[in-house]
Design a protein around this ligand. Sequence first.
Ligand code: FAD
Ligand code: FES
Length: 275
Amino acid sequence: MFQIVRKQSMAKGTIIRQDVIAPRIAKKIQAGQFIVLRVNETGERIPLTVAHADPLAGTITIIFQVVGKTTALLGSLNEGDSILDIAGPLGKPAEAKKFGTVVMVGGGTGVAILYHVTTAMKAAGNYVIGIIGSREKDMLILEDEMREVCDELYITTDDGTAGHKGFVTDPLKTLLEDRKDIKLAYAIGPIIMMKNVTKMTKEYNTPTMVSLNPIMIDGTGMCGGCRVSVGGKTKFACVDGPDFDGHLVDFEQLENRNRLYEEDEKVCMLHSIHK
Ligand SMILES: Cc1cc2nc3c(=O)[nH]c(=O)nc-3n(C[C@H](O)[C@H](O)[C@H](O)COP(=O)(O)OP(=O)(O)OC[C@H]3O[C@@H](n4cnc5c(N)ncnc54)[C@H](O)[C@@H]3O)c2cc1C
Ligand code: FES
């Protein structure tokens, strides 16, 4: 059992942060890696990225958006409650070495995952430019934390209630136009956002990594559920990723595969509400 020692509601309660006691994972986990958890005996297994780890306190931090049955159940747990199983660290760590100047782009809950990798990029000696975006001011997460680790930070909101009115690709375009020293872009967020970021960086020949979130089941390379097409080859995101060269990812296929269980997920959520 893995006890929750701190809980915080973010983004009008749609995003939840939980610090969980998991000393072995906290010691080993590296930026970009994830866990697979099961809330209780009848629960399904879901993957979540570790946003932060504190090896001294023996805790890991997960930040998740409540989108369906399992995230709603997990979000209903409070400080003192426990999660039944957590397996991890899983996946390959993000390649956080010295590149020079890097641009870290995050949208929505993706900022939670971006934060861990951004911290590692800074620690590796890079000049770090962050761009984070959300639909509106109240949905923006980890702004202070990102400001602390970034050398420059740009904020965007779709409705203009904070920072630049528009998408994260707007400041990205300006940066790619104005600066010739950007060695890497790293993007994490909704599939459409990652797709548009990679389309733009391709025009400027800027290498770009993305962190993919296909449907995962076992998280260990056995079930094939998380297969994605990268450069025409089939890869398993849970063991070969989750980070891939964004210019080679088939985003259309990823979008279609992620929609496969949409109807079942709605039914599942309705059942859990009416139970
Ligand atoms: C490597 C990885 C890391 C992730 N990290 C985070 C994170 O840090 N924070 C966060 O909010 N979300 C993260 N996700 C997405 C998260 O796993 C899903 O939101 C969650 O599984 C939804 O489950 P649900 O039952 O609440 O919703 P459901 O109603 O079952 O599904 C809602 C949507 O969530 C996605 N989803 C559902 N089941 C899975 C699954 N088994 N694997 C992947 N996606 C699924 C689908 O897009 C689906 O349409 C990550 C996904 C992956 C693959
Ligand atoms: S989740 Fe089963 S192979 Fe990746």
